[in-house]
Design a protein around this ligand. Structure first.
Ligand SMILES: NC(=O)C1=CN([C@@H]2O[C@H](COP(=O)(O)OP(=O)(O)OC[C@H]3O[C@@H](n4cnc5c(N)ncnc54)[C@H](OP(=O)(O)O)[C@@H]3O)[C@@H](O)[C@H]2O)C=CC1
Ligand SMILES: O=C/C=C/c1ccc(O)c(O)c1
Ligand SMILES: [Zn+2]
Ligand SMILES: [Zn+2]
Length: 365
């Protein structure tokens, strides 16, 4: 255990405005407290939420903003009251880094639903400083919001599990959808969706990918292990699949009609919205009444569920399918993600990108 330096300057890659373009940014980390852990970032996945936030899709973005919430790092220093982690441990940080600890969701260990949760970036910490995410050399995180990365998971492979992985695992558990033999649909085969296929298959489900094109068909069936593949614009195939699914995990990040998908659900089927869409979605009420169908949503997963999904992946031999890139490629990666050109998650090799040097170079040019 060491005493923590009170203030330290670090370099991250920040968006400055709603273009969402990231560039090196030097800032001061928040003061560290007794239960804080200083984490040297190794890898950070790029989630579509990073685009929503960097480009102000929800209208609440604050700049400069260092995105990144699928963070795997190494503990380099711990506060005097840190009991769970030691220097050298490999840990994960996800979407939230604070909560009130007193409300009903906090007491039930589903702190992601705390109304006073603190987001890992684009938020304000208890000391009044902006929170900044994982596209940075270092983060300071309260031990409660860290998870240990199992030794059997490669750190770059683990990164997408901290958001994409737990985001599909949590609703399957919460809505009682873990029974083998269930028939599930994964709508949108991206970062979250591909983990949906893998996790649902590992639970013993029959999995149908529902995609906007046929481009990912061969890979979904041959590599991800999907059992069926539907192209949403193929009216005949969609009609043939009516009333066949127990649930749909909907990961589409843009406005889309719900009715074609509600039609695929069986009696009591559940449509779980995961995509972040800032415009109203609509459907006519008989689409849910005639079949007692439910439209619901889910937000990431708890710290406990994050630890659980990491162990689930170890036990089932699951890995994420990733493309590892350097920080200097991050803007191209964001553009490619937005135009649906990645199979299936970019992960930035932050420690291998010399972000401190890049900032010094940028300053001297
Ligand atoms: N609820 C939560 O807690 C979480 C929510 N999210 C949200 O979930 C959504 C998906 O995230 P993520 O998986 O990272 O995103 P990706 O971009 O990786 O995947 C989205 C998929 O949706 C499909 N799609 C359909 N229309 C479009 C379009 N116009 N542009 C892009 N993709 C389209 C594509 O699949 P196909 O080619 O098969 O059609 C695409 O691969 C985002 O809105 C994100 O913010 C993310 C994590 C947690
Ligand atoms: O990627 C994780 C975050 C998801 C998210 C869900 C809902 C919402 O309003 C957000 O701003 C982000
Ligand atoms: Zn995310
Ligand atoms: Zn709370």
């Amino acid at each position: 255990m060491g005493s923590l330096a009170s203030e330290r300057k670090v370099v991250g890659w920040a968006a400055r405005d709603a273009t969402g373009h990231l560039s090196p940014y030097t800032y001061t980390l928040r003061n560290t407290g007794p239960e804080d852990v200083v984490v040297k970032v190794l890898y950070c996945g790029i989630c579509h939420t990073d685009i929503h936030q960097a480009k102000n899709h929800l209208g609440a973005s604050k700049y400069p903003m260092v995105p990144g919430h699928e963070v795997v790092g190494e503990v380099v220093e711990v506060g005097p009251e840190v009991t769970k982690y030691g220097v050298g441990d490999v840990v994960g940080v996800g979407v939230i880094v604070g909560c009130c600890r007193e409300c009903s969701p906090c007491k039930a260990n589903v702190e992601q639903y705390c109304n006073k949760k603190i987001w890992s970036y684009n938020d304000v910490y208890t000391d009044g400083r902006p929170t900044q995410g994982g596209f940075a050399s270092t983060m300071v995180v309260d031990q409660k919001f860290l998870v240990k990365i199992p030794a059997r998971l490669a750190p770059e492979q683990a990164a997408p599990l901290l958001c994409a992985g737990v985001t599909v695992y949590s609703p399957l558990k919460a809505f009682g959808l873990t029974t083998p033999g269930l028939r599930g649909g994964i709508l949108g085969l991206g970062g979250v969706g591909h983990m949906g296929v893998k996790v649902a298959k590992a639970m013993g489900h029959h999995v149908t990918v529902i995609s906007s094109s046929s481009k990912k068909r061969a890979e979904a069936m041959d590599h991800l292990g999907a059992d069926a593949y539907l192209v949403s614009s193929d009216a005949a195939a969609m009609a043939a699949a009516a009333d066949s699914l127990d649930y749909i995990i909907d990961t589409v990040p843009v406005h889309h009609p719900l009715e074609p998908y509600l039609a695929l659900l069986k009696l009591d089927g559940k449509h779980v919205l995961l995509g972040v869409i800032g415009e109203p979605l609509s459907f006519v009420s008989p689409m849910v009444m005639l079949g007692r169908k439910a439209i619901t949503g889910s937000f990431i997963g708890s710290i406990d569920e994050t630890a659980e999904v990491l162990q689930f992946c170890v036990d089932k031999g699951l890995t994420s399918q990733i493309e590892v890139v350097k920080m200097g490629y991050v803007n191209e990666a964001l553009e490619r993600l937005e135009r649906n050109d990645v199979r299936y998650r970019f992960v930035v090799d932050v420690a291998g990108s010399n972000v401190e040097e890049a900032a010094a170079d940028a300053a001297s040019n």
